[in-house]
Design a protein around this ligand. Structure first.
Ligand code: ATP
Length: 556
């Protein structure tokens, strides 16, 4: 950068020397060698500019990648309540678009403004050496340009933050419709989807357009001031030449330096605006990176659990609905190896109990105990290393079947033999082996290339590989065909053997088989006992629920 700036600054002076000697020297060979020297210098400048461009661009990419990784790590570490507030589409947009803004500012913006600052300082020094009197002309206009830049910069910063929020909203709307594309088509909601996206992009557009108006005003105003300054210099310079104080070459050099300096001042002002825009747009990123939860979670440690679990007077409300407790004074204990069915109407709090066991949220009051020890006295990673969940709609990643099963163990590499052993126990080995690529079969996004029963058996194999002490099963409400159902049930029976199991149960057969049933009603524990004990209480909620379920089964 130093080379390019020095050459840029030397150029008008050389030109002035050239012009003033045209009339004095009449030696073509001298002119030719001077022109050759200038050509060489210009070539050197081109090489230096290329190197500068490369260094800034590549450094910018490295910084942006680093920030993107830090943001991703911070997002992944955020507690589940963060994801209740922020939509996936919004977050992916922040990860790409917001971070990208940094790249432009950090690369060309930074390179240009640093160069401009050097050119500005050097140019002012050259102007002063040529004619301090003429400099007065510029002194009147420069502060005005800088002032405009500073004022607009402040407004930009606020606007940029709003603009990025608008873009994030667009990402959220798009992602929501893409991920529910089957539903959108099935309900012929393409037009609504288009309208919602048009609404979101329209809002983002109006924010961008009003920012462009501000930018245009800044550009127009500062370029008017620049030309006004040059015109004044020309007028005043002509008078100085008439008085014999200044040569034509000096005035030419002065004008070149003056335009260099004003251009540099304008570019610095523009960079200032861009910088403010970047700060505004990236405020959110750094806020997330610096949150406490973004810090590395405590390691799992070597926790030994038998699998006893207890809730003691647990009260909990979701952060989004602080005034409506989802659980209210829940009290129960489960012995190691016991199978518990959680039953209750929709919204009674079954999934919330599972979320609290998994440490997705912390109780507001009361405690959760593992083997008699309060969960708050253990590390979350330690507790989770002893837990596994099989979801209602098993989540699979778009990688291979091997990767999806091996996902169970984050802390160490898993061998193919271990994965195969888990798949065999989950009755999944046969169908996996029947695929041409076996365990390397790619399952498609969210496991789209597998049947419901196959996905469930892969999820069961994953849980088996984890070898948990406590197992949480969210029973699928949608029925599989009977052959598939049988295989899934056999796989589940293997998985549950010797483990404490909490089932969010929907099927009669599962509920009846459980060692104990916890009946929930609007966040409270209404009843608990075995099936036989509970059906005996004919005025109880369980009796009512079962009658309802059996009547429905009869109708089906
Ligand atoms: N993330 C959330 N934010 C705010 N409220 C929530 C959230 N998840 C659930 N709730 C509310 O908490 C209450 C208990 O919900 P929960 O999902 O535990 O019920 P459930 O018994 O599992 O229901 P279902 O059988 O329908 O899955 C409900 O009133 C529900 O609306």
């Amino acid at each position: 950068m130093a080379i390019t700036v020095l050459i840029q600054l030397a150029y008008p002076k050389a030109l002035s020397y050239f012009i003033d000697n045209i009339g004095v020297r009449n030696d073509m060979a001298w002119f030719s060698s001077l022109a050759l020297i200038m050509l060489g210098v210009l070539a050197l400048q081109a090489v230096a500019a290329t190197a500068r461009y490369y260094i800034f661009e590549s450094t910018g990419y490295m910084i942006v990648t680093r920030i993107r990784r830090q943001l991703y790590a911070a997002l992944i570490a955020q507690p589940i309540r963060f994801y209740d507030k922020h939509h996936v589409g919004e977050l992916t947009n922040r990860l790409t678009a917001d971070v990208e803004i940094l790249h432009d500012t950090l690369t060309m913006g930074m390179a240009v403004s640093l160069r401009c600052l050097c050119v500005f300082i050097g140019g002012v020094a050259m102007l002063l050496t040529i004619s301090p009197v003429l400099c007065l002309m510029l002194v009147i206009f420069l502060p005005a340009t800088l002032f405009i830049g500073k004022m607009t910069g402040k407004v930009y910063r606020k606007r940029a933050s709003l603009m990025q929020d608008g873009q994030a909203e667009c990402g959220k709307v798009a992602q929501e419709h893409f991920s529910n594309i089957r539903l959108v088509h099935a309900f012929s909601q393409q037009r609504t989807a288009r309208a919602r996206y048009a609404g979101a992009t329209g809002h983002a557009l109006s924010l961008s357009v009003s920012s462009s108006a501000l930018f245009a005003l800044f550009r127009g105003g500062s370029s008017f001031l620049v030309y006004l300054a040059l015109l004044g210099t020309l007028w005043f310079g002509a008078r100085l030449i008439g008085q014999g104080v200044l040569s034509v070459g000096d005035l030419t050099a002065f004008i070149l330096y003056a335009s260099m300096v004003t251009e540099a001042a304008g570019a610095i002002g523009e960079f200032w605006n861009a910088w403010m825009r970047t700060i505004g747009a990236t405020e959110w990123i750094f806020k997330v990176i610096n949150t406490e939860s973004a810090q590395e979670a405590a390691p799992a440690g070597d926790l030994h659990l038998q699998g006893r679990l207890a809730f003691e007077d647990v009260v909990f409300a979701y952060p989004e609905r602080p005034d409506t407790p989802a659980l209210n004074g829940i009290d129960f204990s489960i012995a190691a190896g016991e199978t518990i069915a959680l039953v209750g109407a929709s919204g009674a709090g079954k999934s919330t109990i599972a979320s609290l066991i998994l440490g997705f949220y912390q109780p507001e009051r009361g405690s959760i105990l593992f083997d008699g020890v309060d969960a708050s006295a253990m590390t979350l990673a330690g507790i989770r290393s002893k837990l596994a969940i099989v979801e209602q709609e098993p989540s699979l990643f778009s990688g291979s079947i091997f990767e999806n099963i091996a996902f169970a163990l984050a802390e160490r590499d898993v061998t193919l033999d271990e994965v195969k052993a888990a798949a065999r126990l989950a009755y999944a080995h046969d169908f996996i082996s029947a695929f041409p690529d076996g365990y390397d079969t790619v399952v498609g996004e969210r496991g789209a290339q597998l049947s419901g029963g196959q996905k469930q058996r892969i999820a069961i194999a994953r849980a088996l590989l984890r070898d948990p002490r406590i197992l949480i099963l969210d029973e699928a409400t949608s029925a599989l065909d009977s052959a598939s159902e049988l295989q899934v049930q056999r796989a589940l029976d293997t998985l549950m053997q010797g483990r404490t199991t909490i089932i969010i149960a929907h099927r009669f057969s599962t509920i009846v088989k459980a060692d104990r049933i916890l009946v929930l009603e609007q966040g409270r524990l209404a009843q608990q006992g075995t099936h036989a004990q509970l059906v005996a209480q004919q005025d109880g909620l369980y009796f009512h629920l079962m009658r309802h379920q059996l009547a429905r089964a009869g109708r089906e």
